[in-house]
Write a protein that binds this ligand. Structure first.
Ligand code: FEO
Length: 405
């Protein structure tokens, strides 16, 4: 069986969907599956660009055999070595033993580390001066280190002006028949998953993303072919995806609004978070988001940090320290380099001092270009009518409005 689709008359998508993976990288909960995209160039010489996850290896190999029609495969281009793409690389290399493997020096070491085979004689190093001439198509290589692994390389095909961008611009969510972004309502269908992918996988490397975007800006690009999700082929789609990436890479919020993240034991902190949200809404703040960290995974919650300008953290003291879920959530802030956010804090403790408020404040103070708005509010067991939430709502709503001006 074969499942290939045309990107252009000579370039094919030969990927597939994984509908059943529950957690990407073993960690990130996904509910709409993911596609693994590989591409084939049909020319005087033939090339496949990246392999696929082992879960769809059979259909990928069948597609390739079908498209080769008995010809040999000349080149295997490896832009990214994470196993969701390289899982089937060894099977591919063994099935077509004459194919040269074009990849970065770092990736060559990774091939050896993952597969414990010696493929040295087959490697061509994809430095930025290399051009692979397939006939009509000519491949150039653009280093994109740490987007999001060190070996990552983009391949640019100059004749049809195709950027093969590794994971960059990729999204969770299966492909629904068409492989093109302009055949679907991309913002409705994929934007939340694109945000989730970027937030959890790429956001730590904003500086490197900006460097890669700068290099890509020098290229005349008509097609953006990522390793996950739809191909972008219209000017509108290309501009949308590139400008979205540029915004996220600079930690520029998408919305002047507030996300309130809470971790509550018996509902008192949750109630305080809900009351604060109501007070903000009454003061004219729109697009508010309430997130229960105890019922949602932190990888599900984290994309809202990328989205909103203002964050409220409402956490409780447990065992004389900060609730472990809020603690892990704030560790993720530090790990991913959350920047340029305005953060307010609410701590709740019943019989211990306000340790949770103190720890949250210390963790936020370590973040770059983030500021704490207002004094941390201390709730003792249950919210009282002391007016502190009104004061906080006044401060946050004024600040949000000032940002909108
Ligand atoms: Fe899709 Fe970084 O692998």
């Amino acid at each position: 069986m074969h499942n290939e689709q045309k990107v252009t008359d000579h370039i094919y998508w030969i990927g597939g969907n994984d509908f059943i993976l529950p957690r990407f990288e073993g960690l990130i909960h996904i509910s709409r599956g993911v596609s693994y995209n590989s591409y084939f160039i049909d020319d005087e010489k033939t090339a496949v660009l990246d392999a696929v996850d082992n879960s769809i290896r059979d259909v990928f190999m069948d597609d390739l055999k079908f498209l080769l029609k008995g010809r040999k495969l000349d080149y295997i281009i490896v832009n990214h070595m994470e196993p969701d793409h390289s899982g089937s690389l060894l099977a591919l290399a063994e099935a077509w033993p004459e194919a040269k493997i074009v990849t970065s020096a770092q990736a060559q070491k990774m091939v050896s580390n993952y597969f414990h085979v010696d493929l040295k004689d087959r490697f061509i190093t994809s430095d930025e001066k290399l051009v692979i001439d397939l006939g009509m198509h000519k491949l150039h290589f653009v280093k994109a280190p740490m987007v999001h692994w060190p070996e990552v390389t983009f391949t640019y095909e100059e004749t049809e002006k195709v950027l093969f961008s590794a994971d960059a611009f990729g999204t969770f969510g299966v492909l629904n028949g068409s492989i093109f972004a302009d055949d679907v309502d991309y913002k409705e269908e994929y934007l939340p998953d694109l945000r989730k992918y970027y937030a959890n996988i790429v956001s730590r490397y904003g500086a490197q993303v900006l460097m890669a975007l700068k290099k890509a800006a020098k290229l005349d690009i008509r097609y953006i072919c990522s390793l996950h999700g739809p191909v972008h082929r219209t000017e509108e789609d290309r501009n949308m995806i590139i400008s979205t990436y540029a915004k996220w890479a600079a930690w520029t919020p998408e919305e002047n609004s507030v996300a309130i993240f809470f971790a509550s034991a018996y509902g008192n902190t949750s109630l305080a978070a809900q009351i604060l949200a109501g007070k903000l809404a009454a003061r004219g703040v729109k697009h508010l988001k309430l997130v229960d960290l105890c019922s949602e995974s932190i990888t599900e919650a984290f994309p809202e940090v990328l989205r909103k300008s203002h964050i409220v953290l409402a956490g409780i003291t447990m065992n004389m320290t900060l609730n472990p879920v809020m603690n892990a959530f704030l560790d993720l802030f530090e790990e991913m380099g959350v920047s340029n956010r305005t953060i307010s804090i609410i701590g709740n403790s019943s019989w211990a001092p306000n340790v949770s408020g103190k720890i949250m404040k210390e963790k936020v103070e370590k973040l770059k270009k983030c500021r704490i708005l207002g004094e941390p509010v201390h709730i003792v067991s249950a919210l009282s009518d002391d007016g502190k939430l009104d004061e906080l709502a006044d401060l946050i709503s004024s600040d949000v409005k000032a940002g909108q001006a």
